[in-house]
Ligand binder design. Structure first.
Ligand SMILES: [Mg+2]
Length: 368
């Protein structure tokens, strides 16, 4: 039987300041960073995995280097299922959400990239998919923008060919839904009826307030309302869902199939937005995707569109990818000629694995 074993693993951190800081309803983003894992094999293959952070990148790197790399050297990278469960149990006492899973996600994604390269197939084909392109929406529209800035950015997204866009609600830290209603109206009037509008409250409301806002903006044709309440307020998500007919999206702060199971058991999501760079990599995202199929809800992974592209191309219930405008410069710098949206679609590279190539000159010059 053919095999190839892990020889070495490199970890790189790159970050960029966010000029001026961007504010949503609950936080200010001042820096964004990618943690990049390169898994090298004895036969010269290289698998690429990525997670990202606003804080905690150094801690994630330390965990990978000190505690994960020694257990991976000499192992068979095709054993993604076995290795995932091994690390699940190895790490379970110190983290079942958060940075532990950022670390495991980056490693797991790199192993799946290697798997595609080993079999010389794009991952979506290895996973049995047949799509060559996936819809993608652009997201930005921070609450720190004034109304004119918001409308201008949303207009620029439409000008770039996107068919769907997302912006923030919850201005003034969620204390002024009258202003949110005005902003939604202004965007809808500016972009016309044919572009999908998604709104994101970033955890800021209680359920009663979020339902009030949803019912006041429903006539502007809202495709989804994201994270109306705190991500862990599963009863609040359920209450929101019963109070409006705007579809409820959540899950970017959920980890593993167990977290998504609880959302679905509690009827707390119409669109699941788990993020493979945090929730446990491709191994776990395939299981999360299966859960969304079993519950007949949509699956729309949060952010990291280049990482999720092959996964979504393999899924029958994949809804849309998300391109965070905030990450565009870093993404274009870290990868060499990555896929970019064209007319609201991302096309899957006809290359083995994830089909991504790192710009190591940039990573070495900017990285830590
Ligand atoms: Mg969000």
């Amino acid at each position: 039987m053919k095999t190839d074993l892990i020889r070495a693993i490199d970890v790189h951190l790159v970050s960029m300041p966010v000029a001026g800081g961007l504010t949503d309803a609950t936080r200010k983003v001042e820096e964004i960073g990618f943690l990049i894992v390169r898994v090298h094999t004895q036969q010269g293959r290289e698998g690429i995995g990525v997670t990202y952070h606003e804080v905690g990148g150094e801690a994630t790197r330390e965990l990978i280097i000190r505690n994960m790399v020694p257990r991976l050297l000499g192992r068979d990278p095709l054993q993604t299922e076995a290795l995932w469960w091994e690390f699940f149990h190895y790490l379970r006492g110190v983290g079942r959400k958060g940075l532990m899973y950022c670390a495991l996600s980056a490693i797991d994604i790199a192993l799946w990239d290697l798997k595609g390269k080993f079999f010389d197939l794009p991952l979506y084909r290895l996973l049995g998919g047949n799509k060559t392109a996936v819809p993608v929406y652009a997201s930005g529209g921070w609450t720190s923008y004034d109304d004119d800035q918001l409308v201008a950015e949303m207009g620029s997204i439409v000008d770039r060919g996107f068919k769907a866009l997302k912006f923030k609600v919850g201005v003034e830290a969620g204390q002024n839904i009258n202003r949110d209603v005005v902003r939604v109206r202004k965007v809808r009037e500016a972009i016309g009826p044919d572009i999908k509008i998604l709104v994101d409250a970033n955890n800021c409301f209680d359920a009663a307030t979020a339902v009030q806002l949803a019912n006041r903006i429903r006539d502007y044709d809202i495709t989804l309302f994201e994270e109306p309440v705190f991500a862990d307020d599963i009863p609040g998500l359920s209450r929101f869902r019963r109070g409006t007919d705007i579809p409820l999206a959540t899950g970017e702060h959920e980890y593993t199939k167990f977290g998504v199971r609880d959302l679905l058991l509690n009827e707390a999501a119409d669109i699941v937005q788990a993020d493979g760079a945090r929730a446990g990599g491709y191994t776990e995202m395939l299981k999360i995707a299966a859960l969304t199929q079993a519950w007949n809800v949509k699956f729309a992974p949060h952010a990291m569109e280049n990482i999720h592209l092959n996964l979504m191309a393999a899924l029958p219930n994949g809804f849309m990818l998300e391109r965070l405008l905030m990450f565009e410069d870093l993404t274009q710098s870290v990868f060499k000629n990555p896929p970019v949206p064209v007319d609201g679609m991302m096309h899957v590279p006809d290359l083995p694995g994830l089909g991504l190539n790192l710009d190591m000159d940039f990573i070495r010059s900017e990285g830590r």
